[in-house]
Design a binder for this molecule. Structure first.
Ligand SMILES: C=C(O[C@@H]1C=C(C(=O)O)C=C[C@H]1O)C(=O)O
Length: 292
């Protein structure tokens, strides 16, 4: 951390030289509200159980914005998030602080995945024991849990441990989380990590159920390219362990702006205005900490 912080102060190269100006796009609230209505209508028709539409929004970055400094601030603010800063030529510079583990395998061959969904905004002094959840969020998260259990069923894996659901904090938000753990040595399944990765991604926390039709629905209706948002990233076989996270609460950084991405799980009980608000408060996870 110290190394990162001093890097940002002493180097005089301008990272902006590497970055493009963002393409112009209009972020329309009406479009998102109509999209949520269309998701609900398709769910009511009986074919889908859940769809997770998303949107993006452009924000001006402050003069003092520096990606490495912002990375350090995010690491300090969000102890439980996977905080990342990634530059890829032609794909740009991405900054994020995601609460969502996709899969991990530790050095002792313990596998873990989680089901994370349901969102509420909280104030800093909020105690987790005060949390109460509506039927809509409970059902929404249960769908993600069912999706994971179905993946285990496909590979006939019965020996998993399930913890939760319990309420967890992710910055300015709380979510419902259930963890699934498997001792890969005990079940004699050394490939479990890669097999589950193929089956899980994209989970119904970011896409929908059933998965393939929901992905097609989003491609046809979302009207923009998610790029790396809702993909996954993380260390692979680093010191014997792998931990891949879903790329949420993330921003693509441009010369003088950044584009933030956020989605919200829609079920038949969704209220479009509330889903819009949910994407707004998800943007705040980054905006509360970084210079914008
Ligand atoms: C889709 C996002 O988040 C996911 C959707 C959630 C929800 O619908 O309540 C909650 C956590 C994440 O699994 C996002 O942050 O963009």
């Amino acid at each position: 951390m110290k190394h990162l912080a001093s890097f940002s102060e002493k180097d005089d190269f301008d990272y902006r030289d590497f970055l493009a100006s963002p393409v112009n796009f209009k972020s329309s609230k009406d479009h998102f509200l109509t999209l949520v209505e269309n998701c609900k209508a398709s769910i009511t028709d009986g074919y889908y159980q859940k769809i997770v539409p998303s949107r993006r929004e452009k924000f001006r970055t402050d003069k003092s914005f520096h990606p490495v400094k912002e990375l350090v601030k995010l690491c300090e603010a969000y102890e439980n998030a996977f905080v990342s800063l990634v530059y890829l030529p032609n794909q740009g510079l991405w900054l994020g602080a995601t609460p969502e583990l996709l899969i991990s395998v530790d050095e002792d061959q313990n596998f873990e995945t989680i089901s994370l969904a349901g969102t509420q905004e909280i104030q800093p002094a909020f105690e987790l024991s005060q949390a109460s959840w509506m039927q809509k969020e409970i059902e929404e998260q249960a769908l993600v849990s069912r999706y994971i259990i179905n993946c285990f069923k496909k590979i006939r894996l019965r020996e998993y441990e399930e913890y939760g659901p319990k309420t967890v904090k992710a910055g300015n938000l709380i979510h419902l989380k259930t963890s699934y753990k498997v001792n890969m040595k005990e079940v004699n399944f050394p490939q479990l990590g890669s097999v589950m990765l193929d089956l899980l991604h994209p989970t119904s926390a970011v896409c929908g159920m059933p998965m393939l039709p929901a992905a097609k629905f989003l491609q046809e209706n979302e009207n923009y390219d998610r790029e790396y948002y809702s993909g996954y990233l993380g260390p692979i076989n680093y010191e014997g362990a792998t931990a891949l996270y879903v790329n949420l609460r993330c921003a693509k950084i441009y010369k003088h702006d950044m584009i933030l991405f956020a989605g919200a799980g829609v079920t038949e009980d969704s209220d479009p205005e509330k889903e819009w608000m949910e994407t707004e408060i998800k943007f705040q996870t980054l905006l509360n900490i970084i210079q914008a």
